[in-house]
Design a protein around this ligand. Structure first.
Ligand code: 2RA
Length: 352
């Protein structure tokens, strides 16, 4: 029998992509059960050409489930992940609740798939979307040159904040379009946008906002700490030096990052391109003369991490500068979760 799969948080922005992926990827699953908050129970969603009814989150909802993919807020995962695990499901969780727990592996199938077996709690964590966007491209470079330091500036899409993030930006774009004088005076855009900032601390339309997540010690944002701590854990480099500045931009979907990476040995831009050309999950788009760069408008809806603008630093022979873009809802969330679930599915199929 094929293993059974639950999708918890099926009605959210990431959950919707999970349902799409289950319809388009190679089918590895027997029963698929959709689960969401009581508010969404009873909704119908098409998966694998079949209309499924959303179940309300409850302990019994996990009975008979082998693998459960979660995309819900941290506090919901914290409460319900262990309940699902106690009912016998292996949990693949996309919240921040368990990522830094030493008894929970943090898995990117292109980098550390073997870690899925080290799961004393029956829980496996999926990294944050900003970390995921760049880490798939950085791992092959680490193998080539030995990574020592990362300086990162992110350019994050509004869908990272869920459906409400998308709706907020679209509403703001409607309010600012048509007025050609908005950009000429401080306060104009704020006035046009009004009070509806949604989940963001400032207007996103016609703006960039150097903030994502919540405020932590010494001025760092939670998102910036995730980029640091998760990169260290995934690459197995507890001393990796990481400085991140996380910025929200007026993009619907597709997180990007400008990365300055310092290595143990001298680098070579063409050598780096060669390492990335053959890396799993990576697409090299690096021809500035032809106007070819990694950009969210091209990466949205695709699976790989797009990487380009690869340059050897002018001032440090051991450093590379590069730009990466990836679909934050796919590789950044639903796709990586589904890939982990697929690694697990293989465990349930008897060997022959
Ligand atoms: C964001 N990384 O982009 C967060 C959400 N997972 O807001």
């Amino acid at each position: 029998d094929l293993p059974s799969l639950a999708v918890v948080g099926a009605t959210g922005a990431v959950g919707a992509v999970m349902c799409d992926l289950l319809s388009s990827r190679k089918n590895m699953w027997g029963e698929i059960r959709l689960i969401a908050s009581a508010r969404s129970a009873g909704k119908k969603i098409m998966v694998r050409g079949e209309e499924l009814t959303v179940h309300a989150l409850a302990p019994e909802a996990f009975d008979g489930i082998d693998v459960a993919m979660f995309d819900v807020p941290d506090e919901v995962s914290l409460e319900w992940g262990p309940i699902a695990a106690a009912r016998g499901a292996v949990v693949v969780d996309n919240s921040g609740a368990f990522r830094m727990d030493p008894d929970v592996p943090l898995v990117v199938p292109e980098i550390n798939p073997e870690q899925v077996r080290n799961r004393p709690k029956g829980i496996i964590a999926n990294p944050n979307c900003t970390t995921l966007t760049m880490i798939v491209a950085l791992s092959p470079l680490h193998h080539e040159y030995g990574l020592r330091e990362l300086t990162v500036a992110s350019y994050q899409a509004v869908s990272g904040a869920g459906k409400v993030g998308i709706d907020t930006l679209l509403g703001q774009i409607d309010k600012v379009s048509g007025d050609h004088n908005l950009g000429s005076r401080s306060g104009n855009v704020r006035r046009a946008v009004g009070d509806d900032l949604g989940p963001f601390p400032a207007p996103l339309a016609l703006n960039v906002v150097p903030w994502a997540g919540s405020l932590k010690d010494n001025g760092w944002s939670s998102e910036e700490l995730k980029v640091r701590n998760e990169s260290r854990k995934i690459l197995g480099l507890p001393d990796l030096k990481v400085s991140a500045t996380c910025v929200r931009v007026a993009v619907i979907t597709g997180h990007s990052a400008a990365v300055h990476a310092v290595f143990a040995t001298e680098v070579d831009a063409e050598g780096a391109r060669e390492a990335l050309r053959h890396a799993p999950g990576v697409i090299l788009v690096d021809d500035p003369a032809a106007g070819e760069f990694p950009m969210p408008i091209d990466a949205v809806g695709t699976d790989p991490c797009w990487v380009g603008r690869i340059r050897k630093s002018l001032d440090d022979p051991r450093a590379l500068d590069l730009f990466v873009t990836g679909d934050n809802l796919r590789k950044g969330a639903a796709l990586n979760t589904a890939q982990i679930a697929e690694v697990l599915a293989a465990e349930f199929v008897p060997a022959h």
